[in-house]
Design a protein around this ligand. Sequence first.
Ligand code: FES
Length: 421
Amino acid sequence: MLTPEENKLVTEIGPETAMGDLFRRFWVPAFLARELAEPDGTPARTRLLGEHIVGFRDTSGRLGILEAACPHRGVDLSYGFNEENGLRCPRCGWKFDVEGNIVDMPLEPDEEATQMMKEIKAVSFRANEWGGVIWVYMGPKEESAEMPQFEWGDLPAGHRFITKYVQECNYLQGLEGGIDSSRMSLLFEMLFGDPPSVESTADHLVQGLSDDQTAPRPVQTMAIKTTDYGLLVGATTEHGQDESAWQLNQWLMPFYTTPKPEGDGLLGCLAWVPVDDRNTMVFAITYHPERPLTEAEVSQRRAGHGFHPTLEEGTYKRARNKENDYLIERKTSGANPLASISNEFELALVLEESMGAIVDRSREQLDENDIAVMAARKMLMKAAIELREGTEPAAAHMGAIYNVRAAQTTLGKGETLEDVG
Ligand code: FES
C-alpha cells in the first residue's frame, strides 16, 4: 500500500517530476531500428516520458531525435520532409539537422535568417542504435549514462525477435505484472490449464469445494535479493522440502523485467517504457544466446505467441484492446469470459489495464507474496528522491550489470536467494 503522495511520486514521469527526472538519467528504448532504417526515409514519431518526439535518419545515415513541435510555430515535424541531411518543417520550410540546428530558412531574408539560425535551435536528444532498438537519452546535456548491456543487444540480428505494443495504463502496472509474473503463471495454469487435476483446483477456487474433493492447491513462496541492477526475484511452490526448484527472474532499473525462459532455451526481456502517465510502450525481446531463431519460432511470435501479442494491422495497438473489450466472449453462463484469452501474458496485460489508467495504491491490500512489488516501488522512490538530493542513480552508470538472464535453480533446505551467485 502507498500513500496518495507516494503513488503520485512513483507513477508520474513527465518533465520536471521526480520519477521523470530519474528515468531521464537512463538510455530509454524509443523506436524499433526498423522504423528508422532508411536514410531520408519517413520520419517516425512517438511519445516518450510524456514528450512528443520525432526520429529521422538523414541522408548520411545519422540518427536525429527532435522534440516534435517545430520551434517556429509548433507544427509537428513528423509531417516534415526528410531530405538532404535535414528535416524540413512542412509549414514554412525551416530545416533542422540531427542536432536541431537550423540549416535553412527559405522564406526569410538572408541577414535575418543568419541571425535567427544562430539563436534558435530545435530541442534535440542523443540517440544510439543498438540491438535492433533506437535508444534515446533525455537527461541533462551535461550528464551521460552507459547503455544497459543486455546480452540480446550484442547478438546477431537473427538471434532475436523484437516487437513493441501499447499497454493502456501507467508503466508501473505493467512493470509490477512483469515482476510478479510467476504468480500470474501459476494462477493461469490453475484456472485455465488443461490437466484434469488443474481443472479440479480451479473448481476449488471458484466453487469453494473442500480439500478432499480437489487436488491439493499449490502454495507459492516468493523471495527477493537486492542487487546492483534492482532485484533478483525467486518463486517456488516446493518451499520447505529438502530441495526445491525456484524460478528466478529479474527487475532491472528502472523498468525492465525478464520473463521465464521458453521452449528450447529461448530467453526474453521486457521494457515497460512510459509513453505518458496513462500509457506504456512495451518493448518485447525474445532471443537465443547461441543460435538464430528458427522460422517456426519467429512465425509463432508473429502470430501472437508468448509475450508478442497480435497487433492491429499497421499499428502498435494490440488486436485485443480495451475498445473491443479484448474480443472476449461473454456467455450468460458457464466458462469465465477470460478463458477465451489463451495466452497467459496477454491475459496479464488485460488485467493490468482493468485496474484503470493509474491504480489507486492507497486502497490496495497486499499480501506477503507481493514482497518483490513492494521492494521495487521503494527502490524506485528512493532513487528518485536521492536524485533530487543530488545523488545520481548508480545503475545508469553500470551498463555491465544488465547482462543477466532468467533461470531456474535448485535450493536446498535453509538456502536462500543470497546463496544464488
Ligand atoms: S511552423 Fe515550422 S517552420 Fe514555421
